[in-house]
Design a protein around this ligand. Structure first.
Ligand code: CP
Ligand code: NVA
Length: 309
């Protein structure tokens, strides 16, 4: 019997022990990248990337990462492929996974990537769905560790929409043992079921705060995201009104610990979810966060294809 394929569809798909390995491996891969040392562990492997939504960071980090490891990449979009002409996702999965070694998908419903994975012969990575963005949280926690050491026992304040990023932070908090405080306007809360899905410890590792400034009090990390995620554009105006008091500003950063970091997965809208002062200020590590997508995803692809080295 062949071993089951290890996919990465949500943060809870890996264990705390796997994450400890991945963070160490990503640090090694990053050091080698910075000193122009070759790291060709995925020679002759092919990554297929399927984008059903726009992307800058995810596209560049996966594509550059695969080439840097000696592999190659195929890039597909909905419109440019038969997916846009109603070819079933199951058939697409069967075909692509016979021709490539690993697949990254950015799409809408989590159910869609799950169906792809069910029919895939190769590992599938979630490059963002409506429900989750695990590669981003992998990069964010790696970034936290680089700047401040272990995240265990620390306090993270999530301000804004209870979206794919927030759900993934909640899964990570339960798995890696830190406290998540969530402050969202009413009606935009984190979905408790999504946040603890797939075998993640059922203990709720997050606490809701009506007042965003209270959520930031004493936090080690303050983080936010756009008020309107991709796919929800029709709600833009209503969201701008609902979220007006959930803009991360200097007052919120002052409520946090003096050495607190600020993170945002990007793209950001200065003056909406965060002020320019904060995102371009000394506590912000958003550029490290973006760069680290490259290093952690190289470690992740290597792990899914080759295991621990
Ligand atoms: N943070 C992130 O996933 O960025 P992109 O949408 O540019 O890929
Ligand atoms: N929550 C955002 C993240 C973008 C990287 C979205 O889904 O559009």
């Amino acid at each position: 019997m062949t071993a089951p394929i290890q996919h990465y569809l949500q943060f809870a798909d890996l264990t705390a022990d796997d994450y400890a390995y991945l963070f160490e491996r990503a640090a090694l891969i990053k050091r080698k990248f910075k000193s122009y040392e070759k790291h060709h562990t995925l020679n002759d492997r092919t990554l297929a990337m399927i984008f059903e939504k726009a992307s800058t960071r995810t596209r560049v980090s996966f594509e550059a990462g695969m080439y840097q490891m000696g592999g190659s990449v195929v890039h597909l979009t909905t419109e440019g492929s038969q997916l846009g002409r109603s070819e079933p996702i199951e058939d697409t999965a069967r075909v692509i996974s016979r021709m490539t070694d690993i697949v990254m998908i950015r799409t809408f419903e989590q159910g869609r990537i799950e169906r792809f994975a069910e029919f895939s012969r190769v590992p599938v990575i979630n490059g963002l769905t409506n429900e989750y963005h695990p590669c981003q949280i992998l990069a964010d926690i790696f970034t936290y560790i680089e700047h401040r050491g272990s995240i265990q026992g620390k306090t993270v304040a999530w301000i804004g929409d209870g979206n794919n990023m927030a759900n993934t932070w909640a899964q990570a908090a339960a798995l890696l043992g830190f406290q998540l405080r969530v402050s969202t306007p009413r009606g935009y809360e984190v979905d408790a079921e999504l946040a603890t899905a797939n075998g993640a410890p059922s203990r709720t590792a997050w606490e809701n705060f009506a007042d965003p400034r209270k959520a930031c009090e004493g936090a080690d990390l303050v983080t936010t995201d756009v008020w309107t995620s991709m796919g929800y554009e029709a709600e833009n105006e209503a969201r701008k009104q609902a979220f007006a008091n959930w803009r991360v500003d200097t007052g919120m950063m002052l409520a946090a610990r003096p050495d607190a970091l600020f993170m945002h997965c990007l793209p950001a809208h200065r003056g909406e979810e965060v002020t320019a002062e904060v995102i371009d200020g000394p506590q912000s590590v958003v550029w490290d966060e973006a760069e680290n997508r490259l290093h952690v995803q190289k470690a992740l692809m290597e792990y899914l294809l080759l295991g621990r080295l």
